[in-house]
Design a protein around this ligand. Structure first.
Ligand SMILES: Nc1ncnc2c1ncn2[C@@H]1O[C@H](COP(=O)(O)OP(=O)(O)O)[C@@H](O)[C@H]1O
Ligand SMILES: [Mg+2]
Length: 256
């Protein structure tokens, strides 16, 4: 894929090699792709293939050892969500969500209004004053997503955000995420281990090989929006999951 000036992000010949006392790890090798603005891209591949490293590079937390990452805005705002919500246990829900803007010293009334809007968006009304210990895993992840949206990021990076949730909660959170994405229209990159989750949520799937991760499949997901749970039983859905599973198995052995 060639780089495109309209893309939210262009990644060109990206490579990452870690060197530390224990040796050298080739984490990522020669990745080239671009992400359209407001697109929803899933990233899938075996454990240790460099998915988290790629997100960290996109977030500017790790420097590439080869290639380039270019955003179409000078200082892109980036929101990140991890498998663990990492909430501050001594802060109430609303204060956890407010934190990123508190650090920017905006007026309190403005911060609270925005946090309240996001609480509504992620379906946590009534829990504003709850502490993290009183939340289920799914609720804690909603707080983490709301917190990531507080700074109105240009791109939302999600690293296996539903990995610790049970299957049904996970599916519900997927629908919630789509609802949030429709409302916010951000570029989303979601790392997942789940083939059906990748197909259900995204417009496009990048599948990575085992380490060093390189792109073995760049697959458009030709399913209508909005997605509905019944689509999981459609022929197209089955074909897409099949193709993705075959590719990953061929390259890497079983993934999920
Ligand atoms: N800071 C680091 N220093 C050295 N090796 C690292 C570092 N971060 C990740 N790695 C290694 O890079 C490889 C890819 O890791 P990671 O991106 O976490 O994979 P994934 O998220 O796909 O499971 C792994 O072998 C991991 O041990
Ligand atoms: Mg990871």
């Amino acid at each position: 894929m060639n780089s495109s000036p309209e893309a939210a992000l262009n990644v060109h010949n990206l490579g990452v090699i870690f060197r530390d006392a224990s040796g050298v790890v080739h984490a990522l090798h020669d990745l080239t792709f671009s992400l359209p603005p407001n697109g929803f891209v899933a990233l899938i591949g075996p454990s240790g293939c460099g998915k988290s490293t790629l997100l960290r590079v996109l977030a500017g937390l790790v420097s590439p050892t080869a290639g380039t990452v270019r955003y179409n805005t000078a200082q892109p705002r980036i929101g990140m969500v991890f498998q663990k919500a990492n909430l501050m246990p001594w802060r109430r829900v609303i204060d956890n969500i407010s934190l990123p803007l508190e650090l920017k010293r905006l007026p309190r009334s403005e911060i609270l209004a925005r946090a309240q809007d996001l609480i509504r968006l992620v379906g946590l009304e009534g829990f504003e004053r709850a502490y993290p210990r009183d939340l289920s895993g799914g609720m804690a992840q909603r707080v983490a997503i709301a917190r990531a949206l507080m700074q109105d990021p240009d791109i939302l990076l999600l690293d296996e955000p539903f990995g610790a949730l049970d299957a049904l909660t996970r599916e519900r959170m997927g629908d919630e995420l789509l609802h949030i994405w429709h409302a916010h229209q951000k570029t989303v990159v979601l790392v997942t281990h789940s083939i059906p989750e990748a197909v259900y949520l995204s417009d496009r799937i990048l599948a990575l090989s085992a380490r060093p991760g390189s792109i073995i499949l760049d697959m458009p997901v030709d399913l209508a929006r909005p997605r509905t749970p019944e689509m999981r039983y459609s022929k197209t859905f089955q074909q897409l999951t099949h193709q993705l599973r075959d590719t990953l198995q061929e390259a890497n052995g079983l993934v999920t």
